[in-house]
Design a binder for this molecule. Sequence first.
Ligand code: NAG
Ligand code: NAG
Ligand code: NAG
Ligand code: NAG
Ligand code: NAG
Length: 362
Amino acid sequence: MQGFFTYILILIIASPCLCIRLNVGTENAIINVMQFGALGDGTSDDSQAFASAWDSACKAGGTSTLVIPAGQLFMVTKINFSGPCTAKMNIQLEGNIVAPSKEAWKLDGTYWISIQYVNGLTLDGNGKGGIDGDGSTWWQCESCKRPKVYVLYFHACNDLIVRNLGISNSPQSHVSVNTCNGATFSNISINAPATSPNTDGFDISDSSNILIQDSNIKSGDDCIAVNGGCSFINATRVTCGPGHGIRSRKMQGGSGYAKHITFDQIILQNVKNPIIIDQNYGLDNEATNVEVSFVTYRGFRGTSASDVAINLVCGPSTGCFNILFDQNNIVSAQPGGNTSATCKNAQGTATNTIPNVSGLTN
Ligand SMILES: *[C@@H]1O[C@H](CO)[C@@H](O)[C@H](O)[C@H]1NC(C)=O
Ligand SMILES: *[C@@H]1O[C@H](CO)[C@@H](O)[C@H](O)[C@H]1NC(C)=O
Ligand SMILES: *[C@@H]1O[C@H](CO)[C@@H](O)[C@H](O)[C@H]1NC(C)=O
Ligand SMILES: *[C@@H]1O[C@H](CO)[C@@H](O)[C@H](O)[C@H]1NC(C)=O
Ligand SMILES: *[C@@H]1O[C@H](CO)[C@@H](O)[C@H](O)[C@H]1NC(C)=O
């Protein structure tokens, strides 16, 4: 009996120690790229330092915060932050990251900065950080084969949060969201000149439950492009323009679906083709098998650079269903100009919408 009580007593005394040990193992780590040899001088390649710092943060326990400090300019030729990570990852990007000159781009992929297979990541610029693709040298060179690259590419990142961040001057598209489930982008500022060719803001594909909110997207091409395989996409309080508008598209010959997509309170400033659904993207007269349904456009306000402000081009066999327009007011950017809507093979309803969307079938 005596031995039994002793045993219990030891267990009780031992258990708080065990908890403390567990806590040590899961201590939160703050890992600064400067500790891994980043120089932040704007010219030296800090890619290797970023990769080492990421590895160290990713392999830790608890929560890891990778710090890219304010007041520095980091030139990186390529970043591939890859998971899965044992730590819950935060990236605090308060400094600025800039792309190399055209000659130094590593064109062995479709991105410059990639984050993949990381769940539960928060990337926060705290309103200070920025990523600049230095695209002007590419745009100017018409004979150059421009890289089909994204500045920031998220692949297979579930439960992602990206906020308070500036992204500018991509050689091509700015942000790609691919095969992600659950992502919120807030207070994102995308900035590229109207004359920069093919510089989309967001490209979303094969993803669901994506929210883009309170953001400002200035680019030379699509503001937000929703490609095939998407569902439950929500863009709210987004300002687009100059550049093109919001497009639901799928490359010709593709298949899949794009459904439950809501665009709400979108402000347009001199936008070319503010609203497009294009099932024939790429080639003429051949429909895709992508199904587009339950798409809501509500609260669009502002100006269109083109007469056709709403353009729904759906395939004869697939068609678009349940396309809803409500409370929109898109007027011409030209004084005295008119806007109009065209609809092909589209079913849905329009209420309180300028321009008049009369071509929808019931
Ligand atoms: C990124 O890094 C991961 C892990 O090292 C690797 O599996 C993947 O192939 C890399 N991606 C590219 C395109 O380099
Ligand atoms: C949102 O971003 C802007 C500029 O990028 C910044 O000034 C502002 O502080 C950010 N808001 C928050 C809540 O961080
Ligand atoms: C979209 O997100 C906003 C928050 O930014 C929310 O108020 C709204 O209800 C969402 N819409 C849908 C259809 O989920
Ligand atoms: C716009 O529409 C109005 C009314 O239909 C018409 O009188 C006017 O000429 C149009 N303006 C232009 C620039 O086409
Ligand atoms: C809008 O279209 C409907 C159907 O074609 C038509 O009856 C209506 O007069 C139009 N409204 C305006 C303001 O052009």
